[in-house]
Design a protein around this ligand. Sequence first.
Ligand code: G6P
Length: 469
Amino acid sequence: MSRVVAVSNRVSIPRRGAAPGGLAVGVLAAMQARGGLWFGWSGQVGEREDDDPEVVTRNGISFATIDLEEAEFTRFLNGFSNGALWPTFHYFLETVNFSDEDYAGYLAVNRRFAASLAPLLRDDDLLWVHDFHLIPLARALREQGAQQPAAFFLHVPFPHVEALRVLPVYGELVNAMLVYDVLGFQTEGDVESFRSAVLQLHGAEALLPDGSVRAGERRVVLGAYPIGVDVEAVQREAVESQGSDEVRRMIAGLLGRRLMIGVDRLDYSKGLVKRFQAYERFLEIHPDNLGRLTYLQIAPLSRTDLRAYSRIRRDLEQTAGRINGRFAETDWTPIRYLNRNFPHEALMGFLRAAQVGLVTPVRDGMNLVAKEFVAAQDPEDPGVLVLSSLAGAARELAGAVLVNPHDTRGVALAIQMALSMPLAERLDRHAANLAVLRRNDIAAWHTRMIAALGEATAIERPPRVRRVR
Ligand code: G6P
């Protein structure tokens, strides 16, 4: 079996504290199952000594990481990746902040990743590159002489070309994606959007009848590979952590009240202000819940150097403060709003303890918290998931109560529906969701993607040319 080499900006080395975000959780689960090499940024910003990565091996996975210099961090990560690509891909077009310098920094870091990674590669490796930070990596690796088959998986949404076009370099980006052998997306909708960009740039002849794309002499396979969770592992964590101090403290603090929970990185795409407003609306429409329900919102800070993030943080603090000021009693706080992060096991324990899971992003590639909430429930007395129809997960989790996150009244009604749902209906919805979760679990995700990569390269591979140094 070929070795899989995963490449992503964030690398989560166990015991170094996991980075928040679905990518780190999903790729770690895949690597734990397959072994292999995981290459990326160390999370450290500092002086550059050389391009040699630091390599550590834990439980069959080799982690190879490099530091970023301050200027690289600013241009590559804050600038182009999080300041331009992230808002474009999530349809926050007014938030897009494009600059030539940032884009040049983005390309330069991709070249640096390629130069550090190339010497670690073996001939029969399979390359699996993750997310929007590393779109040009395959091209940079090919320039280094690397010929290994390469797949790219986009964890976030891919926008329709009419939105993508706000980026002056969108054509270059799409062409850089076409250097890969397999392109994986979260949903069929994302695949369709990518096809819209290919159509505009290369015309209908580039779209082949079998769904793949012609790129010169090559054929690029496109597919939807929805990321999933390790259902048994989540269940185990959720059950075992019920006895932990952290979960016991949280439950004791409820004083017997019902619990509604949200867990999101503090990001404008997560729709948190609208969510708080919907909860306020809910308390207005259904005052019988005053003092009876606690809403716990865990929102670890993220990308704090960017203005759009400090703005959303301020808005949330104001909104939470206003709602608590308006409705709180001396012995009850309507929203418990926490900016800290918790270990994954504790989070799974919190999710299990909740009667309602509120996952209402205004745009999301998949949203693994939605899936974790379902997996963490007690199957005999499951809580109800209220899920945004604009999250990728909504395409799969038909048993959730689907809402439009912009419709505060609709979300308020959905919360009430979830709280008053009879056991029989909760059981049916949960069973339906769990069946999808098992079918599209984390093993299905990486197995299907790697299989597609193996097949794509078995069909046609240009003759291997060794780079002469
Ligand atoms: C999302 C992205 C990931 C990213 C994570 C955290 O989940 O898809 O690629 O790592 O957010 O964002 P950060 O900027 O802190 O890496």
